[in-house]
Write a protein that binds this ligand. Sequence first.
Ligand SMILES: Nc1nc2c(c(=O)[nH]1)N[C@H]1C(S)=C(S)[C@@H](COP(=O)(O)O)O[C@H]1N2
Ligand SMILES: [Mo]
Length: 344
Amino acid sequence: MAGMQPRSSEITDERTFMRRRGFIKAAGAIAAGAVASRALAADSAVATNTSAERRILVHEGEVLHSQATPPWLVPKLREAVPGNFSTNESATPYEYVSQYNNFYEFGTDKGDPVENARDFNSEPWTLEVTGEADRTGKFNLEDILKPHALEERIYRLRCVEAWSMVVPWIGFPLADLIRRFEPNSNAKFVRFETLFDPQQMPGQRSRFTAIDYPYVEGLRIDEAVNELAFVAIGLYGRSLPPQNGAPLRLVVPWKYGFKSIKSIARISFLRERPKTTWELSNSREYGFYANVNPEVDHPRWSQGSERRLPGSLFSRSRTETLMFNGYAPQVAHLYTGMNLKRNF
Ligand SMILES: Nc1nc2c(c(=O)[nH]1)N[C@H]1C(S)=C(S)[C@@H](COP(=O)(O)O)O[C@H]1N2
Ligand SMILES: [Mo]
């Protein structure tokens, strides 16, 4: 990005990136179709991702994040059930989901967050709720999560940089969280803010940042209570790794990935549309709506197709980008009569 310019190194090939990081150790073996590397072998848990089985995808491999899951969360994660709207497409292997990240607070290279968020301490976590609602104040994480039954949603995630993944999130509908704060009739927008903690987040200390902190995102209230909008607290059956936005983040699957704000510390109900981070950084290139739309190109690249991670040695896995990232049946009605070229 920088603002979100996919560096050519990023566009070139994420496999080069993974090989550098030691995940693809035996490219020859893969080419021969003989053995997959250890990382690719870990995929087998994912290969059976069919709706017929409807089971929670669990990654049994190496733990790639050091953060201990709070004890009270462990049994809760275990009770997660398969939810609605999951895609049958193969999930992107855990190694990619948890090591190829955009989280500028921990650095701008895809491999920075997993390194720099290793010791991120998200306990205790406070979520502050402000604005046009009857129940505002500061809440601790356990109280926030307690009433919510968890489900797994396997969603496509389409980054504005034109790559995509399929991620098995664990969480609950954002609408159910919002309802508990009892927003009043003045609440037309919801604003979300990431933790501001320069001590823990090196990107926030840097003097040369592409964006201002804290990271801010926003949704119209009707978008926020749409059935697809999701609060994720886990992936692959376990708690969220810090690099993926622990302890809680948004997942808005019909919008570009930058709307899915990580490590949320504040939620505000507003009368007016909030200014959001990437819009503030470059309003010509990044809009408030940021709906995935193959007909509206980014000024510097096409949005007509995307690179699905992981690619294989012989296929770059280019696939067509779908309107609203394939979620039009659930969300197209939110934008009836709107000019989506202007409101990009
Ligand atoms: N606070 C914060 N949230 C963020 C970002 C960020 O830099 N900071 N990056 C966004 C972008 S551009 C994408 S594509 C997704 C990536 O989520 P993932 O790393 O879990 O795949 O997180 C989004 N949420
Ligand atoms: Mo992104």
